[in-house]
Design a protein around this ligand. Structure first.
Ligand code: MG
Length: 384
């Protein structure tokens, strides 16, 4: 058989157990909507030729807007049930005609290339495969009246996703469920249980946990984000010269002077750019954009910041949060803080919740105290 492989992500649910107005697949996870994590991991895997996201029917445009623009990615309207959403995703793969399909929950952002490798390989020997975790706690059945009965835990496993199938088998099983009313299978593997189909078990992973309740978020962020991280710091100074305003974090703030510099002299974004480059151990802003190079004269500093952020992405890092401190007597920064946070968050593709902008004076001491210029410092953290 050939080895065409695709993936369907079920992201059509409202996440009623999660609480809050926003469905969990759109909740921020390590600074980005949860759904993005699995989509990116699947698109980055060489075995996966097509990814279909079954999104809530009323949020398809929003879903497209947050996901990468990739011709291998399709967004379809999910159905009223999980199985209906999965079926919509499978039907959308008809023209691609994969041999294997991985069906994944949007609420499991900890998907990794290793999990995909193991599932794709397992399907060479079996019609279905799934990552599973052993039961490590004692397992008991609760009986009426409050008594317990011990269950042999060695005969039980906890199933995760993606659940992987030979494509024609799961397509047929999903279509059959669609024809019956009132079925609510617990997962996609349940559709094959009646037929007694053997399932290859691949190793489950703690970080592949499902985010069901709001309190699961912090645990998953620690498991996934905490596994590898970096911190960078940046510092920059620009002097004042005659003018009518300063550029700070991409926001023009009226003032009786401007900042002197080769570019637009956005001292805050320069510090932040250096912080990102520092976390990557990739030199400093002057290495990437030499002041001697005329093409950067008058450049908008968004170019520098975007370059550093893209470099982080290309090296497999994501920016988790940034904290920028502007040091000057004037202009007064606080009225512009939220605009500065928003513009920075937009460039970095993060929620403004992940961007801090603070300001301080130096009590009239030193060059900032004498009003000769503005200094800025920034700290940023990156995660794999
Ligand atoms: Mg500078």
């Amino acid at each position: 058989m050939s080895n065409r492989c695709a993936a369907v992500i079920a992201a059509g649910g409202s996440g009623s157990r999660f609480g809050g107005a926003n469905a969990k697949q759109f909740q921020m996870f390590l600074g980005r909507p949860m759904l993005i994590w699995s989509v990116e991991t699947l698109l980055a895997h060489e075995a996966i030729g097509r990814v279909v996201v079954a999104a809530p029917p009323d949020r398809q445009a929003e879903t497209a807007a947050i996901l990468p623009n990739d011709p291998r990615l399709l967004i379809v309207a999910g159905g009223a049930s999980r199985t209906a959403s999965v079926l919509a995703g499978l039907e959308a793969l008809a023209d691609f005609a994969p041999d294997k399909v991985l069906i994944h929950d949007a609420a499991r952002p900890g998907l990794s290339a290793g999990v995909i490798d193991e599932l794709v390989a397992a399907l060479d020997q079996a019609d279905a495969a799934c990552p599973a975790l052993p039961m490590t706690d004692a397992l008991k059945e609760t009986l009426p009246g409050g008594a317990l009965r011990t269950v042999d835990r060695t005969r039980h496993v906890r199933m995760q996703t993606p659940q992987a199938f030979r494509f024609p088998i799961i397509l047929e099983a999903c279509r059959n469920v669609g024809r019956k009313a009132g079925d609510a299978p617990v997962d996609d593997l349940a559709l094959l249980e009646g037929a007694g189909t053997p399932v290859a078990l691949t190793p489950g992973r703690p970080e592949l946990m499902k985010i069901t309740h709001a309190e699961d978020l912090a645990l998953a962020e620690r498991l996934i984000g905490g596994s590898a991280m970096r911190i960078g710091s940046g510092f920059d100074v620009h002097a004042f010269e005659p003018g009518d305003g300063v550029m700070l974090c991409g926001v023009k703030i009226p003032h009786t002077a401007k900042l002197k510099g080769h570019s637009d002299a956005d001292v805050a974004w320069h510090a932040l750019t250096d912080a990102i480059l520092g976390a990557l151990a990739a030199g400093d802003i002057g290495d990437h954009f030499p002041p001697s190079d005329p093409q950067w004269k008058g450049a908008a500093s968004i170019v520098f910041l975007k370059h550093a952020a893209d470099l982080a992405t290309s090296r497999g890092w994501r920016i988790v949060n940034a904290d920028v401190t502007v040091i000057c007597e004037r202009p007064k920064v606080s009225p512009h803080r939220d605009a500065m946070r928003a513009s920075t968050a937009e460039v970095l593709g993060l929620s403004p919740d992940c961007i801090s902008v603070k300001a301080t004076t130096t009590e009239k001491l030193g060059f900032t105290g004498r009003g000769e210029g503005i200094a800025a410092q920034a700290v940023v953290s990156l995660a794999r």
